[in-house]
Design a protein around this ligand. Structure first.
Ligand code: NAP
Length: 266
């Protein structure tokens, strides 16, 4: 069986480095090139930490796809580029697996229509850690019985978007089962702007950004005389790689866009 030919975008980043390691140590995968924000014309092996990996670096994704036969793009770059990178992948018949966050619901609807028009599989997963998917599912179960809920997500201070894609996805899943309600006292006021966090259909999301953190989330439910806390911690970025590998395997077998790893681990 021929190997799955993969391009990683963002190879020097925290997530991209782990993805390069995962792809180059998986027998059925082959890293054919990388797309970086700089180092055009160099080889990945010219950069520190990648000494044995002799693949070309491109800064132009379109040219990368024109010059290499590519099955799957793994995109781990920045919120400003994820959508455009997916469109370039679709135009070249390449299946995107995207961990980059910051997509709106409209982006996802638009990209799904493009994937289906071309008959190309695509996966966007705001969180590739299996434990985080379970946290979201358990939260959805709990919200049916305990509809008062607040989300606290904590990430490293280099993260560009807030709230996190995982927090938004958790809130969306909860809103599918939760009775509509505006939480807190009807007359509550904020003495400092933002003190009560972001409002998602009446529930609150709080974003903490500090050095030393990786990716953490608590979903806190309050009921009469009780609270329930569901918590997940990614303490190392290697926690995301089994999910990325599963997504690469799955994207080859679908012809639409799937948003969220929970739809492929069932
Ligand atoms: P990071 O350490 O800042 O790495 C991003 C890398 O992408 C940097 O090397 C950056 O280069 C490069 N880059 C930026 N724009 C690019 C472009 N247009 N083309 C090619 N490369 C580009 O960030 P990270 O922590 O790895 O996270 C990357 C993305 O994944 C973020 O959106 C983050 O929220 C998301 N994330 C997802 C998961 C998940 O499970 N789905 C988990 C963690 C993080 P420069 O530094 O030169 O700009």
């Amino acid at each position: 069986m021929s190997k799955v030919k993969i391009v990683v975008a963002g190879p020097r980043g925290n997530m991209g480095k782990e993805a390069v390691k995962m792809v180059t140590t998986t027998d059925e995968f082959e890293l054919v090139a990388v797309v970086d924000s700089k180092h055009e014309g160099m080889k990945l092996s010219d950069l520190e930490g990648f000494h044995h990996i002799e693949v070309p670096i491109y800064t132009n994704m379109q040219r990368c796809f024109e010059e290499n036969k590519v099955d799957v793009l793994i995109d781990l770059t920045a919120p400003a580029f994820g959508k455009n990178h997916m469109e370039i992948a679709f135009a070249n018949g390449v299946r995107p697996v995207v961990g980059t966050t910051g997509f709106t619901e409209e982006d996802i609807t638009e990209l799904r229509a493009k994937a289906e028009e071309k008959g190309i599989g695509a996966i966007i997963a705001p969180n590739f850690a299996v434990g985080a998917i379970l946290m979201m599912k358990f939260s959805q179960m709990a919200a049916k019985y305990l509809p008062d809920v607040e989300i606290i997500e904590r990430h490293h201070d280099r993260k560009l978007d807030a709230p996190s894609g995982t927090a938004l996805k958790t809130a969306q899943l909860i809103s599918e089962v939760r009775e509509q309600k505006q939480q807190g006292h009807p007359k509550e006021t904020e003495e400092l702007d933002g003190a009560r966090g972001a409002d998602f259909e009446g529930m609150r999301i709080h974003s903490v950004r500090l050095p030393g953190l990786v990716a953490h989330q608590e979903v806190i439910f309050g009921g009469v005389g009780q609270t329930l806390t569901i918590r997940h911690d990614s303490i190392d970025r290697s926690s995301f790689m089994p999910g990325v590998k599963l997504a690469v395997d799955s994207v080859l077998r679908i012809d639409t866009l799937i948003y969220g790893l929970e739809h492929i681990i069932e």
